[in-house]
Design a protein around this ligand. Structure first.
Ligand code: SF4
Ligand code: SF4
Length: 366
């Protein structure tokens, strides 16, 4: 039988060496020049994706404790409310009407506000630097390119109306919320359904129906063939952020005097924007990912500008992280993060979550 071997413990010098190699990798001091841009984005996306996984595990533990009635419950990770953007939007309007933030899912509203603030300052950076679905979508697209040498593009006559779908979905949600009226909005936010909307969302993913699984499979497999299938055609949240991003001072700018018309930026753009023929990119589909800048072989021909300043990808990444973290810390300090629903109420509601009381208020017959 082969003898089991164990690796020798890592010395401090080795650990320091690996750490500085990691920093050099991140800084692009080895590897392709373009990697510097790509690495900064991958690292930021990975930080948020891992955070989501950790929150998911904590949330599952919290739900299990509530199902078992194990009071006091462990801390509920309010960050899971990032997956309740509609409740967050409703909370935003309710905040405007009432003058105070609802206590059911305050983090959902804060997270929507952060995404909007990012869009106003740094385009749809939420989509390309933070959103775990965007991250997953990027990798599924890469998988497709590895398997087939390219991603597939629907014909233009099909692509254009399909891109409109996300705006239709967005308009549906926004108009529904805006026309709800003050009382109905508050009633929804304090309804039994909304109080456990996060748990319902978790159960949707962990106990997925055949229809849910089929839709998910179509989206995942489809994203391997068509890059950014969900984001490009269906995400209403991205559509809304795109509209806010029009007001952003951040723009990709091309200098025609130095541009050599190689077209590499067009090929690199995941949103398939015609970067090589524009002087500046104002499209609502530009996510500020800076992949076009990364691909450009001529220094200064293509840049991200915020106002008159040129911003490097690392500075852009730092700005996204700083804005997000400062808002999160500020919301926590202001007591606008954790839900005001008590542990006892959560236990009672989660134990009865299958009852008709927890159906969607708009879909109940009574
Ligand atoms: S134009 Fe550049 S920054 Fe905008 S989506 Fe395309 S690659 Fe990303
Ligand atoms: S990659 Fe750079 S040089 Fe090539 S077309 Fe785009 S802006 Fe011009």
């Amino acid at each position: 039988m082969a003898k089991a071997t164990s690796s020798p413990p890592l010395s401090t010098a080795d650990a320091a060496g690996r750490w500085s190699a990691a920093l050099a990798w991140l800084d692009g001091r080895f590897g392709k020049r373009a990697d510097r841009h790509v690495r900064a984005r991958v690292v930021v996306q990975a930080i948020f994706a891992v955070t989501c996984l950790v929150l998911g595990v904590q949330f599952a533990r919290w739900v299990r404790a509530a199902q078992a009635g194990a009071l006091p419950l462990p801390d509920r990770p309010a960050g899971v409310e990032a997956f309740l953007p509609i409740s967050g939007l409703m909370g935003l309007l309710d905040w405007f009407y009432q003058g105070s933030l609802n206590v059911i899912h305050p983090a959902a509203t804060v997270l929507v506000l952060i995404a909007i603030a990012l869009a106003l300052l740094l385009r749809k950076s939420f989509c390309s630097w933070i959103c775990p679905i965007g991250f997953l979508s990027d990798w599924l697209g890469k998988l497709g390119r590895m398997a087939f040498g390219r991603n597939f593009k629907p014909w233009k006559w099909l692509d254009i109306p399909l891109r409109g779908l996300k705006y239709l979905l967005m308009a549906f949600f926004v108009v529904s919320i805006l026309t709800m009226g003050r009382e109905a909005l508050t009633e929804f936010l304090t309804s039994p359904y909304n109080k456990v909307a996060d748990v319902k969302m978790g159960l949707f993913f962990t106990q997925m129906s055949t229809v849910g699984l089929s839709v998910m499979a179509v989206l995942v497999i489809g994203s391997v063939f068509i890059q950014g299938l969900w984001c490009r055609y269906l995400c209403p949240y991205g559509a809304l952020l795109g509209l806010f991003s029009w007001a952003s001072p951040s723009r990709i700018r091309r200098d025609p005097a130095t541009c050599v018309d190689c077209g590499l930026c067009d090929k690199a753009c995941p949103s398939r924007l015609p970067v090589a023929t524009k002087l500046r990119i104002i499209s609502a589909d530009c996510t500020g990912c800076m992949d076009c800048v990364a691909s450009c072989p001529v220094k200064g021909a293509l840049e991200m500008r915020v106002g008159r300043r040129t911003v490097t990808p690392v500075t852009y990444a730092a700005a996204v992280l700083a804005l997000f973290l400062a808002s999160y810390v500020g919301a926590r300090a202001a007591g606008a993060w954790d839900s005001g629903v008590s542990d006892r109420e959560y236990v009672e509601r989660i134990q009865n979550i299958k009852s008709s009381e927890y159906g969607h208020p708009g879909m109940q017959n009574d």
